[in-house]
Design a protein around this ligand. Sequence first.
Ligand code: NAD
Ligand code: GLY
Length: 361
Amino acid sequence: MQTLNVDLGERSYPIHIGAKLLDQAALLEPHLAQKRVAIITNTTVAPLYLDQLSDTLTRLSVDILPIVLPDGEAYKNGETLNSIYDTLLKHRCERKTTLIALGGGVIGDLTGYAAASYLRGVPFIQAPTTLLAQVDSSVGGKTGINHPLGKNMIGAFYQPRVVLADTATLDTLPDRELSAGLAEIIKYGLIRDLPFFEWLESNMGKLRARNKEALAYAIHRSCQNKAAVVAADEREGGVRALLNLGHTFGHAIEAGMGYGNWLHGEAVAGGTVLAADLSCRMGWISEHDVDRVRALFRLAGLPDNAPDLGVEAYLDYMGLDKKVEEGKIRFVLLKSIGEAVVSGAPTGPLAAALSGFVQTP
Ligand code: NAD
Ligand code: GLY
């Protein structure tokens, strides 16, 4: 097992990474405020891992309320959130009842926001079971739900007490979901870690073949990058915005295609290709760099282009992005591979990028 720390003063917490961590009661015990938890999961993950986690908690004599939600990005909404509140209230869960998110990023984001808002805040723990959640969404305290008008529009910054990334859970993850997680891993290389990007170019085959050592290294290195950025800028006043590389375009792709049709990671890949293309059109990176980015996404089993939603639809969706300032859309763009910046973009290159690497949906 490897352990990293997210340094946020009194809200600091450990990220434990390793196989079979869901069996380890000692990792959970110090973070439980009372011997009562609600485990929030979904219909896919529950049959795989709910009993395992429940058995571990039972060894600590913890009283467990399981809440099993329908599976899918389409359920990351106010209605599902309300159903969580309903169950917590019906069972008289208290301020010290801990919510445990057992699942991917959808479950993590929903559970985190339920924890941030139920009784004005109860403790929560992240037990991420997708690659994407282990390298990104479980770390850093962004929680929330989608709104029909835009992705992740309602939410809060609310940190977990501990992150338990059990890498053995990745054994059951479908290949397409593994690839979706690779998109966020590639992101860290692109925005701030050129040696990691180069390592990914050489080791993508091993990651897709689920080589345990390679996966553990990539998860650890990604969490190191994420923890450093979050520690420097918890509430996205500055450098944390760089973690949104590809997301301004990507959120438009997710909403425009209908939530769940393009996986979040796939949309981020398509969005990152658009961001790289725009960076090239603005004279910052070369065409060779754009080709390198696209080639790595292809190796990861991800799209190397974006759906043709039409320039107007893209601009419409992106107008709701959380980075918009005084009505102007701001993008995360590449100064080079390994260095990103937040910037506006002139209309010409932007429109050209939006009709450049696109395919008919
Ligand atoms: P997801 O939560 O939908 O999980 C993907 C699929 O895998 C689901 O069908 C899920 O049930 C299934 N699954 C989960 N674990 C499994 C396992 N071990 N074995 C088999 N199947 C398993 O998707 P995701 O990619 O994990 O997360 C995407 C979400 O995360 C998006 O909503 C995105 O907005 C959010 N996100 C949040 C942050 C953040 O900082 N909070 C960062 C990135 C992404
Ligand atoms: N996934 C973007 C962030 O955590 O800031």
